[in-house]
Design a protein around this ligand. Structure first.
Ligand code: NAP
Length: 207
């Protein structure tokens, strides 16, 4: 994120951290069983969510999880490429037709969790049953808030780039409904910080 906590500008531009940080992220991904993003991040960035910067071995790629109530993930997007398994978590709002077309992908599985938005507790339970024990959440702001609000985040690692984007419509690290009072804010305990290229990495435990 930028120093003012933005993870994208109002136009959706989100290239923030330096090359050293991208390597850090790919190394972290390699250690994880799964990586998770919200559907808006898929639509905005068309990410691969693989470890391609450090390895070309497909077995090094974690499972990719997209939180996508209505099964809006477009079929041609890179998240559905065969480089890694992908789980699309939908709710009963998703049409059977969309679910069937997503399931045609050889490496794609659809799981149904909840009736309106994806029920994150139920998704975590299903991922656990599939042997997924470590999950890295990579945004965006809306899903980040829901995961905090459900008490499902244990650790935060942020990269702060020396930039200020500004803009009331720019996405921040955590948006969503937000706390009414600071006493209701999610509380963190500082663990460590270090410089990486031009960026600053800060790690916290969630209390
Ligand atoms: N700089 C970075 O490192 C970074 C990283 C990630 C993202 N981003 C940026 O963040 C932006 C996207 O963030 P965003 O906040 O708009 O979207 P998001 O968090 O990626 O996706 C939110 C969407 O997920 C779906 N969803 C389903 N169940 C949910 C639940 N229980 N809780 C929350 N969401 C749920 C909802 O759509 P449905 O109701 O249709 O399912 C919701 O609108 C993009 O501009 C992207 O570039 C930046």
């Amino acid at each position: 994120m930028t120093l003012d906590g933005k993870i994208a500008t109002k136009t959706g531009s989100s290239e923030i951290s330096g090359p050293e940080d991208l390597l850090r992220v790919h190394k972290l991904r390699k250690k994880m069983d799964a990586i998770m993003v919200g559907i808006n991040t898929v639509l905005a960035d068309d990410p691969r969510l693989t470890v391609h910067k450090i390895s070309s071995e497909s077995e090094d790629n974690p499972v990719r999880v997209v939180v996508d109530s209505k099964a809006r993930t477009p079929l041609g997007y890179r998240i559905l490429n065969p480089d890694a398994p992908t789980i699309i978590a939908v709710s009963s709002q998703a049409s059977q037709e969309k679910i069937r077309s997503l399931e045609k992908g050889e490496t794609t599985e659809v799981v149904i969790c909840g009736n309106k938005q994806v029920d994150l507790d139920s998704l975590m339970e299903k991922l656990g049953e599939k042997g997924i024990k470590t999950l890295m959440l990579e945004g965006g702001s809306t899903l980040n808030y829901s995961m905090f609000n459900s008490g499902l985040v244990s650790e935060v690692r942020v990269c702060i780039a020396p930039m200020i984007a500004g803009g009331v419509k720019s996405k921040t690290l955590v948006d969503g409904e937000g706390a009414d009072y600071m006493e209701d804010a999610f509380k963190l305990k500082f663990k460590k910080s270090y410089n990486l290229g031009k960026d600053l990495i800060v790690e916290y435990e969630v209390l």
